[in-house]
Design a protein around this ligand. Structure first.
Ligand code: COA
Length: 358
């Protein structure tokens, strides 16, 4: 019997930190509202592309696994904000990594893209069709936000995280997963002009997120709790067997509601939303790296992961962590820090949305 062990991980967080007090200068909101209703204090906005962020997270994951890019059989890029659709963006990361033997897939199920990708690669390794795969979650949502829509634009941040899964004979990696999609809920989170159909018929690419936060909130809590209970049952475990809980970081109140429904000790829950906001497909790999950095994962833990996003896609997984917990070697690669402020970075977006900056 084969398993797919997590042997490498890495992340990239953009250098530009945007605090709530910075947002107040161009969005009709307050620091108090954002903090109390979402748990977010600050987020990062990127000056480089989704592919560039994903590439650096990938280089760091390779370094931590002490592996060469040529060892990869498959790279999946989970993202809603791929630079390009054709050719796909995963192939540009593959080329920059010099991962000559790897196939490259873009996968978009919004915030759940990374978990969907991990589930697929894990089963491909177990089935014997590949031996080593990388799943990257990378998002540059700041480019798609409408600063007139305060209900959504304060929630998101940019960033990237990557993991490497490798064939193992020990019982490690994903031991149970469920991927799902709530029916009849597509309209609650949608960016209507983002696709070939509207572009061809209307020649109008004005991007603006349609968002029903309360409807998403209820379905997120219900579906993530259901999927977590489903995977625990499938793995033959109870919530007391879980050492670390890594939920998608959309809202601290969603995280707490799912946690209390499941009955998990809040000390076991990884929370990064205060620092990074909702980074969509990158949120779980970024949080996984945080848990490793903070010694919440030291080796041998049983980890419960839950995700939710537009679609409304959903999923959960139980992961047995192996021995790897420390970065084995550093990478020489880096991205120079952004030298301007949020106004410099978003100037075009502000003028596009008719926003004035105070
Ligand atoms: N600043 C100030 N006020 C805001 C605001 C902001 N940024 N955004 C919304 N409001 C206002 C609303 O206009 C509303 O005002 P009203 O009562 O006068 O009409 C009020 O705050 C309450 O809004 P409501 O939507 O009832 O709050 P909520 O408790 O549902 O919280 C979200 C809103 C968006 C934070 C919450 O619903 C949420 O996190 N939803 C899920 C997040 C999500 O979908 N993420 C992406 C997919 S993973």
């Amino acid at each position: 019997m084969s398993y797919a062990e997590f042997v490498g991980w890495g992340r990239y967080l953009p250098s530009l930190v945007v605090e709530n007090k910075d947002l107040v200068r161009f969005v009709d909101t307050t620091d108090h509202w954002i903090k109390t209703r979402t748990g977010i204090k600050e987020r990062r906005y990127s000056h480089v592309s989704t592919a560039e962020m994903g590439w650096l997270a990938a280089e760091r994951a390779l370094a931590s696994a002490d592996m060469l890019s040529n060892d990869l059989d498959l790279i999946i890029l989970g993202s809603t904000t791929a630079n390009e659709v054709c050719p796909n963006t995963a192939s540009s990361i593959k080329n920059k990594l010099k991962a000559y033997s790897a196939a490259a897939i873009d996968l978009n199920s919004a915030c759940t893209s990374w978990l969907y990708g991990v589930s697929m690669i894990s089963d491909m390794i177990k089935a014997g069709s590949i031996e080593t795969g990388m799943v990257i979650g990378s998002e540059r949502l700041s480019l798609g936000l409408d600063w007139n829509k305060r209900e959504s634009c304060c929630l998101f941040g940019d960033g990237a995280g990557a993991v490497i899964l490798k064939k193992s004979h020990d019982e490690r990696g994903v031991i149970a997963f469920r991927i799902s999609c709530v029916p009849d809920s597509r309209e609650f989170l949608a960016i209507p002009k983002w696709g070939i159909q509207p572009a061809i018929h209307t020649n109008d690419l004005h991007l603006s997120m349609n968002f029903d936060g309360a409807a998403i909130f209820k379905r997120a809590v219900k579906s993530m709790s259901f999927d977590c209970e489903f995977v625990l049952d499938r793995a033959g475990l109870s919530i007391e067997d879980i050492d670390v809980f890594i939920p998608h970081q959309a809202n601290i109140r969603i995280i707490n509601a799912v946690g209390s429904k499941l009955g998990i000790d809040p000390k076991k829950t990884v929370v990064t939303i205060d620092k990074y906001g909702n980074t969509s497909a990158a949120s779980i790999p970024i949080s996984l790296c945080e848990a490793l950095k903070n010694d919440m994962i030291r080796g041998g833990e049983t980890i419960l992961i839950a995700s939710f996003g537009a679609g409304l896609s959903c999923g959960a997984a139980v992961v047995k962590w192996g021995d790897s917990t420390k970065n084995i070697r550093d990478t020489a690669f880096s991205i120079p820090a952004y030298q301007g402020d949020v106004h410099n970075l978003l100037e075009d977006s502000f003028s596009y949305h008719g926003i004035s900056y105070n």
